[in-house]
Design a protein around this ligand. Structure first.
Ligand code: ADP
Ligand code: MG
Length: 386
């Protein structure tokens, strides 16, 4: 893979890259929409990711190419306030550079960058965060300016929120940054602290991408974000001093019922129970005798909560979860990522085979006229220079 990234760079810019950085995609294991509510989340960095090969220039231009059919772009370190058109991938590299400079670092030299990826875009595996982090590591390879990994995770999230314009929480960049092989990443999104928790041996991750995405996904995501903020405002009246929705005690949830619309109450209920589930799953994972079925049931509960309370599931995702649930080698399954389409994650034993995935695929195709995209994922390391 690295060689392919280097070759692509040479073909594009007729010299060798000075550096190659890599950042992985991620799976949200449990913790749906808890991140921007100051809650907890557990994720897995996977072995598919993005390579950014880069060389420095003697002028201030920024040139980017990607092998994924995305259009080449030319920009300049002096022209970052002029946004490229909405949806253009240059927003990610330019946003990262913009966010670095917002921290008071003046980058002197422009660069050429070539992106090589084996991570599907828009498949709920956070190719955007992988792209941002691989670029941040490559751009700062020769001079880190004192930034820690956590700083860079936050810079990338800032870029995605404020330059690209997507209000994501810290899950995506945090897991792509702090992933480790055979480990989950546990994030306390309020304190922004990251730690690793071992993945039970012999368990596997499968992604079933529904290949459907609501056309309003971005605005629906923003709507949920605002609904949670609305819930927090009322919750603050009952618990002055709470900093985020996840701070509100679950035991006092009932007291909010008469003061919130039914819709907002459902959102709040989801966030508080989901946050508790993440803690429960982490506790079970850390216990001496890990009970995989119990953890799996938390994953199913998480899906039900997304479906009934957060209203971010779809009939396709529900279909996948309900059929996966019938297979014995599946411990748990749930929608993963923002929802409104996208993907389901199944957590399985080694006995779950390609043939099982094929059965699900057939059933799905019969119901929806197109097959899901299926990916068997292994856990892998977070962002690093090659
Ligand atoms: P996700 O993060 O779930 O994959 P997003 O919509 O957040 O989906 O990010 C996908 C966007 O990231 C793409 O539309 C594209 O702009 C950019 N992107 C991801 N991978 C690449 C790549 N290999 N080359 C260029 N742009 C990419
Ligand atoms: Mg993304």
């Amino acid at each position: 893979m690295v060689e392919q990234a280097q070759d692509f760079f040479r073909e594009s810019f007729y010299n060798d890259p000075a550096v190659v950085a890599y950042a992985p995609g991620r799976i949200e294991f449990v913790g749906n929409h808890t991140d921007y509510n100051g809650g907890k989340v557990l994720g897995i960095a996977i072995q598919q990711g993005i390579y950014c090969a880069l060389s420095y220039r003697n002028d201030r231009k920024v040139l980017g190419v990607s092998l994924d059919g995305e259009p080449t772009f030319t920009s300049s370190l002096d022209d970052l306030e002029t946004l490229s058109e909405d949806g253009h991938w240059s927003r990610y590299p330019l946003g990262v550079v913009w966010a670095i400079q917002k921290k008071g670092i003046k980058l002197e030299r422009g660069f050429n960058l070539a992106i090589f990826s084996n991570l599907p875009m828009g498949a709920g595996l956070s190719s955007s965060a992988a792209l941002e982090l691989s670029i941040a590591y490559a751009v700062l390879a020769d001079e880190k300016h004192g930034f820690s990994k956590k700083d860079l995770v936050k810079i990338c999230m800032y870029a995605e929120n404020n330059y690209v314009g997507v209000p994501c929480g810290i899950l995506d960049q945090g897991v792509s940054g702090f992933g480790r092989e055979d480990q989950l990443v546990y994030i306390d999104c309020k304190t922004e602290s990251f730690s690793n928790v071992g993945i039970p041996q012999g368990t596997h991750f499968w992604i079933f991408n529904s290949n459907t995405q609501h056309s309003l996904t971005d605005s629906l995501y923003s709507e949920r974000f605002s609904e949670c903020a609305e819930g927090l405002k009322v919750a603050e009246g009952f618990r002055p001093g709470i900093e985020c929705l996840a701070d509100f005690p679950l035991s006092k949830l009932d007291s909010l019922a008469d003061h919130l619309s039914r819709k907002i109450y459902k959102r709040v209920k989801h966030v508080l129970y989901e946050n508790q589930r993440v803690n429960d799953v982490a506790r079970h994972l850390l216990s001496d005798s890990v009970d995989l079925r119990t953890i799996g049931n938390f994953l199913y509960d998480s899906h039900e909560s997304s479906r009934n309370l957060f209203d971010n599931s779809t009939k396709e995702l529900d279909f996948l979860v309900s059929h996966l649930r019938e297979i014995k080698s599946v411990y748990g399954a749930r929608l993963t990522g923002g929802g409104f389409g996208g993907a389901v994650m199944a957590w399985t034993s080694i006995d779950f085979k390609k043939s099982d995935a094929a059965i699900i695929s057939k059933l799905y195709e019969a119901a929806f006229d197109h097959p899901p995209r299926i990916l068997h994922c292994k856990s892998g390391d977070g962002v690093h220079l090659i």
